[in-house]
Design a protein around this ligand. Structure first.
Ligand code: HEC
Ligand code: HEC
Length: 454
């Protein structure tokens, strides 16, 4: 028999690899393997590069929407909850003490240093600006410098309303100017933000009490109980405020970066990014848009949504739907941040990677480069060894494998949807027990260092 022509074989291989690259480009993932020989040892590095073909104009539009658009939600935050009047305070024709910059920073609001004119920044640094005066907060709002909060001003320069933006919960700052004041970091969850304390500023708890069929002290207690960096997104649709053990239910604000290639979004996989953006803009921020989800018509699972027809919202004009493509493009442009050099032990992380991809079984669900499952990325509570309380609140009844990229930038507040594990070591111990992995102390350290490196 004649041996195969080596040249012909080479040609075939070349074609095969070209098809491979072509088909991978279509799914927007290119995987390269770099093989190096160092001191007679073969070192293989696999780099996963996500190449997203995003339209720069659409991304830029989405960035503006993510940072500054209120979708007309002033109708809720100001017309109903009167948060604008709470910020102004008595002295400025609102009610209560008002919200000074010191108070705002204490409840985790962030200030965009780049929006502050240089002379104002200099005055702040010289201690010439009164950070205990609500009028200063109003001035910052006029400069559009309070991350995630947009004020409306009349011709006399008085603030007549406020609304909130996506950036309120999903952006932070780099503290380059002072604690809580710096350059924006879009996509970073604001784990300092006390959303409950902010809503609690309302003098109209009756509205929320009536909506949820509870009394006003209950509303206040629940909002107080969320704490920093948490929010109960399901409350508005199912009215469930407490866990079965009577403690207050709330989930950690998640990252809005590193979601490239991720199928279902949210801790319990309600839908994809676009679905969830429409959900949150309409039902959580209370913007004026359109939203359809027949699953919310199920009065047994979603009594509040069914009663208020939240699964069938229309508004004219629709201030949300036309913005969904831009919002999606912007979120897809937000790559997870790279861990700073020296923030983890490289040698331990390299060993941890081998464990993660091998005997520790992590990569059976957290698959690179997304670190969530490719495909239907949900698992039952039983599979991951926790209770099903939060899973059952979602139409899916499952938990979504959290994409782990940029984990180092969201360490505050704990891990898993409700922050039940205080440290990464607790997470690893949980998996060790649940899957019977028999990890030794060094394995656990190595896995943790790897998690800090991705
Ligand atoms: C009041 C705080 C808050 C605001 C405002 C907010 N979100 Fe969220 N967001 C959350 C919370 C909490 C979750 C997690 C929900 C869950 O799974 O329980 C979430 C989940 C998400 C997710 C899913 C992340 C993942 O890991 O899958 C995306 C994407 C997202 N939000 C984008 C947005 C966009 C875009 C806006 C503006 C239209 C917005 N959010 C406004 C609090 C907020
Ligand atoms: C069966 C699938 C599965 C396996 C195997 C698995 N995970 Fe997870 N992982 C999940 C799911 C689902 C969640 C979300 C749980 C939640 O939010 O309640 C999660 C969450 C996490 C989180 C928390 C992320 C955050 O931001 O809160 C970390 C860290 C993590 N996993 C690491 C690991 C490590 C390390 C391993 C291997 C030892 C592993 N996982 C194995 C499915 C899995």
């Amino acid at each position: 028999m004649k041996a195969a022509n080596p040249l012909k074989l080479f040609g075939t291989l070349l074609i095969v690899s070209m098809i491979f690259i072509f088909s991978c480009t279509k799914t927007r993932t290119i995987t390269e393997t770099i093989t190096e020989i160092v001191n007679d040892t073969i070192i293989e590095t696999v780099t996963d590069t996500l190449t997203l073909h995003l339209d720069p104009a659409l991304v830029a539009e989405g960035k503006e929407i993510f940072r500054y658009d209120t979708f007309g939600d002033e109708a809720f935050w100001s017309d109903i909850l009167h948060i604008d009047k709470a910020i102004l305070g008595d002295a400025l024709d609102g009610y209560g003490d008002g919200v000074s910059p010191a108070t705002a920073l204490a409840v985790g609001l962030k200030v965009d240093a780049e929006a502050i004119p240089l002379e104002v920044a200099a005055a702040i640094q010289a201690g010439e600006v009164d950070l205990n005066d609500p009028a200063t907060t109003i001035a910052l709002l006029k400069m559009n410098a309070v991350v995630g909060v947009t004020g409306t001003f009349n011709e006399e320069g008085n603030m007549t309303a406020v609304g909130i933006n996506c950036a309120l919960c999903h952006s932070s700052v780099d503290n380059s100017f002072a604690d809580g004041i710096g350059r924006r970091l879009d996509g970073y969850p604001n784990r300092d933000l006390n959303v409950g304390a902010i809503i609690n500023l309302t003098d109209n708890k009756k509205f929320l009490a009536d909506l949820l069929h509870v009394d006003e002290p209950t509303v206040e207690a629940v909002l107080t109980g969320w704490g920093a960096g948490k929010f109960n997104a399901g409350l508005m649709v199912d009215g469930i405020a407490l866990k079965p053990d009577g403690s207050i239910a709330a989930n950690l604000l998640p990252a809005a970066y590193g979601l490239q290639g991720v199928n279902l979004a949210t801790y319990t996989g309600w839908g994809d990014i676009v679905y969830w953006n429409a959900f949150v803009a309409n039902l959580e921020m209370h913007g004026q848009g359109s939203f359809t989800d027949s699953r919310l018509n199920d009065a047994a699972q979603f009594p509040i949504a069914a009663e208020n027809n939240f699964g069938n919202i229309t508004n004219d004009p629709d201030l949300i739907t036309p913005k969904l493509p831009g919002l999606q493009a912007y979120q897809l442009s937000l790559h997870a941040p790279t861990p700073p050099e020296g923030s983890y032990d490289m040698a331990a992380a390299t060993r941890g990677k081998t464990l993660f991809n091998g005997s520790a079984l992590c990569a059976t669900c957290h698959i690179a480069p997304m670190y969530t499952d490719a495909g239907y990325n949900l698992h039952s509570a039983e599979e991951i060894g926790i209770d099903d309380f939060e899973a059952k609140r979602s139409p899916t009844g499952m938990y979504r494998t959290t994409p782990l990229r940029g984990l180092f930038a969201r360490m505050k507040g704990g891990f898993y949807h409700d922050g039940r594990f205080a440290t990464l070591n607790d997470v690893i111990n949980h998996y060790d027990n649940h899957f019977g992995l028999e990890l030794n102390a060094q394995d656990k350290i190595d896995l943790e260092e790897y998690l800090k490196s991705i």
